[in-house]
Design a binder for this molecule. Structure first.
Ligand SMILES: [Ca+2]
Ligand SMILES: [Ca+2]
Length: 451
């Protein structure tokens, strides 16, 4: 009977997947983002700001640990610890240990737009999440130009082939940077492998700096990304400002998608975290960009609820009507699956998030058909052609797939054409609860993949 064949095949996929549950590769410390509330753009922005504000500020230049020390580690050549690789030219250069004629410190958000006067209370000036070592000549060419694509009459600033990236010239856009004009009406188009890095640096600044006073009572600017050239131009006053603008916002959001987070950028974030004790949330959670900056805090739709509205739960363990979660588990909660990010096959940032489950093994999987069949202590909502995405271990009753180091869902799930896929999470539940089975499931979640 076909209705029986599907659960058995799914059970086989699940059993095979749980032979080895890998330990999650450490990125953010466990619990670092535990207080974050992703319900709405406002709650996510506010709660992320609360996590990353009041970082440990290091001086720009000093005999003690300063930004040179931090940046020479953050921008260290991954294949040569005696060298750095600069942001715009991508050249590997022997570390100089401080002021030199080869490279200097690039404020990706030009400090003249809002925070030009360095001082012990001016945190953005020395914030290493947004400072990069740059070839001095290229830094000078970038000047105060806003980040955006070449408008017209641009000059090329080529990259050097280093560690398999960069090199070549003459063909737009190639691996080159392109510049024209100056300031708010000018443009600097960062080359393709680093444009996501500068985008996420500026997205970080927008959320890190929200005005008001720091925990130690110092005034901080509210830094805001915009596409409004007049607002950007008006921010270049020569003084520290209460509110300042930079752009272009829409371009940076596209650059974030064009150049996904990679191991090098994660390593950079980890180095800065070691010193400043705050992280760039958009490196750890690229999917949050959709919520904070594009007002899209959910992607897809929930289905197959353990609330008795469809198939009843196996032992009457129905969850509350309207909760849109799975059947109740041994914690007395229903496992809940949601998703956030961009469901695009060319720039996939989707993350599946599971909550309200016991701390134990969990498997995120994909299928092609919606179902609603009693299975273990819950309901199987997803059948058809089933693909294992990844196994996790719930911590604080929650987990997600993918983590930053994992393969994207669309790739792992082999989604090669636009259309819908169905998702669910299977997790360990106590044998003494409900049926003798040791597992339960969340609600189902449908995602429609676009180009
Ligand atoms: Ca990059
Ligand atoms: Ca802000």
């Amino acid at each position: 009977m076909p209705t029986r064949r599907f659960p058995i095949s799914v059970a086989g996929v699940i059993a095979a997947a749980l032979v080895n549950i890998p330990t999650a590769l450490a990125q953010a410390p466990v619990g670092y983002y535990a207080s974050v509330d992703p319900s709405t753009p406002a709650t996510l922005r506010q709660s992320v700001h609360a996590v990353i504000k009041d970082h440990l500020r290091f001086p720009y230049t000093a005999a003690t640990t300063d930004t040179w020390d931090i940046l020479e580690l953050a921008d260290q050549d991954v294949n040569n610890s005696a060298h750095i690789v600069d942001l715009y030219k991508n050249q590997s250069i022997l570390k100089q240990g401080g002021g030199n004629s080869f490279y200097n410190r690039e404020h990706s958000w030009p400090n003249s737009f809002g925070f030009p006067n360095d001082g012990a209370t001016n945190s953005p000036y020395t914030d290493c999440h947004a400072l990069f070592l740059s070839d001095s000549g290229y830094n000078s060419s970038r000047g105060n130009n806003v980040y955006r694509g070449c408008l017209s009459g641009c000059s090329e600033k080529v990259t050097v082939l280093t560690n398999g990236q960069g090199g070549g010239s003459g063909l737009y856009p190639g691996n080159s940077n392109w510049r024209a004009g100056s300031g708010a009406t000018g443009s600097w188009e960062t080359w393709q492998r680093r444009r996501g890095d500068v985008a996420r640096a500026l997205l970080y600044l927008d959320v890190r700096y929200e005005g008001g006073l720091s925990g130690s009572g110092n005034a901080e600017p509210d830094l805001i990304l915009t596409d409004d050239e007049a607002l950007i131009a008006a921010s270049n006053t020569g003084n520290n400002e209460a509110v300042a603008y930079m752009g272009m916002r829409s371009v940076l959001l596209q650059w974030h998608l064009d150049d996904p987070v990679d191991e090098r950028e994660r390593g950079r974030d980890n180095v800065v975290f070691r010193f400043q004790a705050n992280r760039n949330p958009f490196i750890d959670h690229p999917e949050w960009v959709e919520c904070v900056f594009n007002n899209a805090c959910s992607v897809g739709t929930a289905f197959c609820f353990g609330d008795g509205s469809g198939t009843g739960c196996p032992c009457g363990n129905n969850s509350a009507v309207g909760a849109q979660e799975g059947c109740l588990n041994s914690l007395g909660t229903g496992g809940k699956l949601t998703a956030m990010g961009r469901a695009s096959l060319t720039s996939d940032t989707v993350v599946l998030a599971g909550t309200r489950m016991p701390n134990g093994g969990v498997l995120y999987f994909q299928g092609t058909t919606q179902a609603s069949l009693a299975f273990g202590d819950g309901l199987l909502c997803v059948t058809g052609s089933v693909v294992r995405l990844g196994t996790r271990f719930n911590v604080l009753s929650a987990s997600q797939y993918p983590d930053p180091v994992d393969t994207r869902i669309s790739v792992q799930g082999g989604v090669t054409a636009t259309g819908t896929r169905e998702y669910q999470a299977w997790y360990r539940d106590a044998a003494t609860f409900c049926t003798p089975s040791t597992f339960n499931l969340t609600n189902g979640w449908r995602i429609t993949w676009g180009a």
